[in-house]
Design a protein around this ligand. Structure first.
Ligand SMILES: [Ca+2]
Ligand SMILES: [Ca+2]
Ligand SMILES: [Ca+2]
Length: 308
């Protein structure tokens, strides 16, 4: 079964083989209001063999490499004013991910975590003061943690042996949406203190993962991965749902492959990762469902859209 998992590097492969991780490297994103700025994404284009953070205009013009090192960098996620990017760098002593921040042009690089746990999918809160992320530890299969923007005040929000991952803040800062586990992967919400957990979806024949709030908070986008032996097998689509669990709607065709959705800051579009590997960044126009693709050499995935 294909899933949303991106396996990055031998260390992560080893963690999966050991049963430590049920899922990994699913970008968390946050659609904050503004004009539509740059799109940030992870790519293996360029000279290196590992993944770097790149930015591009939404037309695909002016691609710019932002990071440059020998380890994987991915899951870029803009803060509310578009001037800070949280991302994952596989920088710890075991080769697993840690949470870092930088400016969109690669300045002011700061390392926030240095745990030997695998830290993934950061999302900056709407005040810019806090970051939620997924931590995969030896004892569990993934939980949601939160910390201050400088890495202090680390607090665990979930503590279960099932997977919680891909946190993203509602624009009002009161609620976090995330991937949760029932009979399959579903979309849940909780209060930012970890209480009030609510399951929004009942995805039946699909795993539903990787939520992103619309800039107004009125919709949550997510990816649905059709399960093996279901009629839709081999398909992954972008869906939206209201935060109260109503109005679940599929936006991309069954039979396609679309994952990691993120709203544009003006809410008119949803960026996503399109096709099998190598992937390209797709852009869905919400009004009519039309799709354009920023086709380029290289494996481009895990994007977020800068509020400008
Ligand atoms: Ca790199
Ligand atoms: Ca780590
Ligand atoms: Ca858990």
């Amino acid at each position: 079964m294909r899933t949303g998992r991106r396996i990055l590097g031998a260390a992560i492969t080893a963690m999966v083989a050991a049963g430590v991780m049920a899922s990994a490297a699913t970008p968390a994103v946050a659609g904050y209001q503004g004009a539509n700025g740059k799109i940030a994404f992870s790519s293996d284009r360029g000279a290196g063999l590992d993944f770097e953070i790149w930015t591009t205009d939404a037309t695909g013009d002016n691609p710019t490499q932002v990071t440059n090192n020998a380890v994987n960098d991915y899951s870029p996620s803009f803060g509310p004013n578009g001037q800070k990017v949280a991302f994952v760098r596989e920088s710890d002593s075991a080769g697993y991910g840690d949470i870092w921040t930088m400016t969109p042009t690669g300045g002011s690089v700061e390392r926030l975590t240095s745990s030997t746990a695998y830290d993934d999918t950061p999302a900056i809160g709407p005040s810019g003061a806090r970051i939620a992320f997924t931590r995969y530890t030896e004892a569990g299969s993934g939980d949601i943690w939160i910390m201050n923007i400088d890495g202090t005040g680390l607090t665990r929000l979930t503590d279960t042996r099932s997977l919680e991952s891909d946190p993203v803040f509602a624009p009002d800062g009161a609620t976090i949406a995330f991937t949760c586990t029932a009979d399959r992967r579903e979309i849940c919400t909780m209060n930012v203190d970890g209480g009030g957990r609510t399951q929004l979806t009942d995805c039946a024949e699909r795993d539903c993962v990787a939520p992103d709030y619309s800039p107004s908070g009125g919709k949550i986008a997510f990816a649905g991965y059709c399960l093996k032996d279901e009629p839709c097998e081999g398909s992954a689509e972008i869906w939206t749902i209201s935060p109260n669990g109503n109005n679940k709607t599929r936006l991309t065709p069954v039979g396609g492959w679309a994952e990691y959705p993120h709203f544009s800051p003006d809410a008119s579009k949803i960026g996503f990762s399109s096709g099998g590997r190598p992937q390209d960044i797709g852009i869905l126009r919400v009004s009519d469902g039309s799709i354009t693709t920023l086709a380029a050499t290289g494996d481009d995935w895990g994007s977020d859209w800068q509020p400008a």
